[in-house]
Design a protein. Sequence first.
Length: 187
Amino acid sequence: MTTKSFLFNREPLWLENRQGLRHKLPANVQSWAYESGSLTQRLRSFYGTGVTVKVLLQHWHTPFLSERRLLKLPEHHYCLIREVLLHINGRPLILARTIIPETTIKTAKSNLSRLGNRPLGEIIFSYPRLERIAMDITLIDPLTWTKSAINEVAINQQIWGRRTVYDIAHKQMLVSEFFLPEVLSHF
């Protein structure tokens, strides 16, 4: 049996992005969580072209309950689940988890299912009809992460993250990004 996640023992608890939440977050977290452009592009603007992607997991599976609800998917609906680490010379910057329903992949002409080690942002921010539909924020306790994730990036503190529902030509996908200490030190 395959796992739903390389990153998580259990689903993180998310806070809906309501008015006033932004101002309760630390300034460095605000800067990354409310970035309106591609995080990959922002990383490359600061660190250069050496920012690379390591695929930790990519397979078809059922998403977590809140992910299915957010994307309005039935209970046993399989989606492409992709979890990656963006890093520079082995220094971890961002962990990401993407949920892509099959209908979204078909709309995007399969580019989303064949990313390999390319960052998702390179693809989705090239779509002229990309829209952000919703965003949530989380602060994840170290016990939520799997041992594999902890070993991969040496997680030993709470980690901030955001998840965003994107719409491409009326088909949705969910992108969750988790900001590691290295990236939060540069904002």
